[in-house]
Design a protein around this ligand. Structure first.
Ligand SMILES: NC(=O)c1ccc[n+]([C@@H]2O[C@H](COP(=O)([O-])OP(=O)(O)OC[C@H]3O[C@@H](n4cnc5c(N)ncnc54)[C@H](OP(=O)(O)O)[C@@H]3O)[C@@H](O)[C@H]2O)c1
Length: 213
C-alpha cells in the first residue's frame, strides 16, 4: 500500500518506518524540519520518502494522522482534499499540556475529526499503545499470541486496510465496532499512558495490559 504520514514525530516516525520495513511505500510529512523527514526516509533505505502533507495524501491508500490535537486544523489545511481517503487516526484530543482530553464522554476526537472531513473514512487505531513499544512488537512479531490492538470505524473497507496495517506492525487487530466506540478507547489510551509514564512498570507494563488473552 501507499501510506502517507501526517505528523512524523514519536508515533508517525515509528509507525511510518515499520510500515516501510513491512513493504509499504511511505511518505513522511509534517515535522518542523525538512531534515527530520529526510532522516526518517533515509533510515528505511529507500522505502520511504519525505514530502509535504499534500504529497503524503496524494494517491495514498491510507493516511496516518499522528499530529497533536492542537495542530489538526493546520495539518489538514496543508493536506488539501481528503474526500474518500482512509484516515487512520492515532491522535488523541489532548489539551496543550497533554493532561486532559478536551473531547470525551459524549463524543471523541475520532468522531470530531470525521465531522471536520465528512467525506473521509476515519478509523481510530494505534492510540492505545505507547510509541516506545512499537519497534519491539514489530521485531517480535509472531503468528501465535500476538498482543491485541483495538480499532474502530464506520466503514468496513477502511477498517480492513487498518487491520492489515495493524497486523503488519505485529498486533492482532480487534475490531471494537463503530467510530463512536472511540469515546471509550480514547480514555482507555489515557489509562495506558498513565501506566506507561507514571506507573512503576513503564511502557512494557502498558503494553502487557493490552494483551487480552
Ligand atoms: N507518543 C505516544 O506514545 C502516543 C501514544 C498514543 C497516541 N498518541 C497521539 O499521537 C499523536 C502524535 O503524538 P506524538 O507523541 O507522535 O507527538 P510528536 O512526537 O510531538 O509528533 C508530532 C509531529 O507533529 C510535528 N509538528 C508539531 N508542530 C508542528 C508545526 N508547527 N509544523 C509542522 N510540524 C509540526 C512534530 O514535528 P517535530 O518532529 O519537528 O517535533 C512531529 O513530527 C498525538 O495526538 C498523541 O496524542 C501518542
Amino acid at each position: 500500500m501507499r501510506v502517507g504520514i501526517l505528523g512524523s514525530g514519536l508515533m508517525g516516525g515509528k509507525l511510518g518506518k515499520i510500515f516501510a520495513y513491512a513493504g509499504h511505500e511511505v511518505v513522511f510529512s509534517y515535522a518542523r524540519s525538512e531534515q527530520k523527514l529526510k532522516m526518517l526516509a533515509r533510515d528505511t533505505k529507500g522505502k520511504a520518502r519525505p514530502g509535504t502533507p499534500r504529497d503524503a495524501a496524494q494517491g495514498a491508500d491510507a493516511v496516518l494522522l499522528a499530529a497533536h490535537w492542537s495542530r489538526i486544523h493546520d495539518v489538514l489545511s496543508q493536506t488539501g482534499d481528503l474526500s474518500g481517503k482512509v484516515i487512520i487516526s492515532c491522535s488523541l484530543p489532548m489539551n496543550d499540556d497533554n493532561t486532559e482530553l478536551v473531547v470525551s464522554h459524549t463524543s471523541s476526537g475520532a468522531e470530531e475529526l470525521a465531522k471536520m472531513i465528512p467525506r473521509a473514512r476515519v478509523v481510530s487505531a494505534f492510540n492505545t499503545v505507547p510509541s516506545e513499544v512499537l519497534f519491539g512488537i514489530y521485531e517480535a512479531r509472531r503468528e501465535a499470541n500476538r498482543p491485541s490492538l483495538v480499532y474502530c470505524g464506520d466503514d468496513s473497507s477502511s477498517k480492513g486496510i487498518a487491520a492489515e496495517l495493524i497486523r503488519d506492525v505485529g498486533f492482532e487487530p480487534v475490531d471494537a465496532g463503530p467510530l463512536r466506540i472511540a469515546r471509550y478507547t480514547e480514555p482507555f489510551a489515557l489509562l495506558v499512558a498513565q501506566l506507561a509514564y507514571e506507573g512503576k512498570g513503564g511502557p512494557e507494563l502498558a503494553y502487557r495490559f493490552e494483551r487480552f488473552g
